[in-house]
Ligand binder design. Structure first.
Ligand code: ASP
Ligand code: MG
Length: 447
């Protein structure tokens, strides 16, 4: 049994949906499960509508709702499926309207009411995809049991597995079902969401609960690439990689898969495939639970993330202040990339991704530690580094780049990361890629 997932851009237009339908016919001739995101841009529009409604600007909220409705009708119309979905869609538009009206009346958009509104996006799209793919719509909230952390809910695996038992049976019997990504429900039946970009995670969690042999993530690139193609035009798809490599890549900035989406594959052992909706016959990446063989020292990919800030704490203060700062920043939504301590002092590298974490960072800097902005983390990733980690240092040494703040190695030994000024990325990443990424054969289908 296979689970296929299509992201927002893969279901964002009539043309894209037609392409997705052809892929479903090809990949799931004997049935299976398809998970879809909301149509491209819809989640952002709903969030803007909620913010407007909660901020006392109901007209603005209503304008967003009209845009959502028009765009959906246009896509369905382009497929000749407007009549087929209208009966399912109208109550959903009405519900979104009512939720926004409620938020405007209270003057507040809580995380819980936002999740209820967001659910409309994925549900609209799943109904359309069901009509377009010739499958049946199934409500994911019947099975995706989560805790009540609205906005970033955590799945409850045992409950999910139990609820999914009837799905397992029907899908094994050849059913073709289409369901929503991103959404879940608490045991009381309140709608939750798994966090932005959470549909990948929905697909892998469902794959795990259903005992799927394979989960395919259909996106707009030819699989996982050896580097960011905007900096490295010659970046190539990686035909096969280990789950450990994929985890290191998403941790250090590669955008192709959501970091949370990888754990289910590790637990369940299914094959995870990343493929391109625009070029279904082109290369794809298979992410395997057991690592493919790699030459010692081989680096399979180079990842980076910019926008990092460094906080330097004097040695005299000990470890308590940097640890406390790291915790506060993370709780406020910052991503931590390094916390390195030596007798000479402690360095904390974070990316303040939310306004709250930025405020904390500035407050911290005003009270002692030195703050520097404009840094990036660069990571070399490869199973080959397990047996020869020093290979990464040899590569670095040839580039005249001193790693700042020491090397950042975590518990994973398939990656070596270091900090560089953001301004060097454009020159450094292509050179690192040229130097380090070797020993890969391009997938025969890549042409
Ligand atoms: N529609 C949601 C988002 O835009 C979930 C997803 O696309 O994965 O974040
Ligand atoms: Mg996505």
């Amino acid at each position: 049994m296979k689970v296929l997932k299509f992201g927002g851009s893969s279901v964002g237009s009539a043309e894209a949906l037609r392409r997705a339908a052809a892929i479903v016919r090809e990949e799931l001739p004997g049935g299976g499960l398809v998970v879809v995101s909301a149509l491209r841009g819809t989640t952002d529009l709903i969030l803007e509508a909620c913010a407007a409604a909660g901020g006392g600007r109901p007209d603005e909220a209503r304008a967003r709702l009209s845009t959502i409705r028009e765009r959906h009708r246009e896509v369905a119309g382009g497929l000749g499926l407007l009549a087929a979905v209208e009966a399912e869609w109208e109550p959903l538009f009405t519900r979104l309207d009512q939720l926004l009206t409620g938020m405007a009346m209270v003057g507040e958009a809580t995380a819980r009411s936002r999740d209820a509104a967001l659910a409309v996006g994925e549900t609209l799209s799943a109904h359309l995809a069901a009509a377009c793919f010739g499958g049946a719509f199934k409500e994911v909230r019947d099975v995706m049991r989560t805790d009540a952390r609205f906005g970033k809910a955590r799945p409850q695996l045992a409950a999910l597995r139990e609820a999914a038992a009837p799905w397992r049976e029907a899908l094994a019997g050849g059913a073709l079902w289409i369901t929503q990504g991103f959404l879940g429900a608490t045991v009381e039946g309140h709608t939750t969401t798994l966090g932005r970009g959470g549909s990948d995670t929905s697909a892998t969690l469902l794959g795990e609960a259903l005992g799927a042999a394979e989960v395919q993530i259909w996106t707009d690139v030819d699989g996982v690439l050896t580097a960011d193609p905007s900096l490295v035009p010659g970046a190539r798809p990686i035909p096969q990689m280990s789950l450990g490599e994929a985890e290191a890549l998403s941790a250090f900035g590669a955008k192709v898969l959501h970091a949370d989406s990888l754990a289910p594959g590790g637990r369940a052992g299914f094959r995870l495939v990343v493929a391109n909706t625009l070029r279904p016959g082109a290369s794809r990446t298979e992410i395997l639970p057991a690592p493919p063989r790699r030459e010692p020292g081989t680096v399979t990919s180079v990842a980076y993330k910019e926008g990092l800030s460094l906080l330097r704490f004097p040695a005299s203060e000990g470890l308590e202040p940097p640890l406390k700062a790291a915790r506060r920043l993370e709780e406020a939504g910052a991503l931590r990339f390094g916390l390195v301590s030596s007798p000479a002092g402690t360095l904390l590298a974070v990316r303040p991704d939310t306004p709250a974490s930025l405020r904390i960072l500035e407050a911290l800097a005003a009270s002692g530690p030195e703050l520097e902005t404009g840094w990036a983390v660069v990571a070399l990733v490869g199973e080959g580094l397990r047996s020869d980690p020093l290979a990464a240092l040899r590569h670095l040494a040839t580039l005249g780049q001193e790693p700042v703040g020491g090397l950042l190695t975590g518990s994973s030994t398939v990656s070596i990361a270091f900090l560089v000024p953001e301004s060097r990325l454009g020159e450094l990443i292509p050179r690192l890629h040229d130097r380090c990424v070797e020993g890969l054969r391009v997938h025969p289908k890549a042409g």
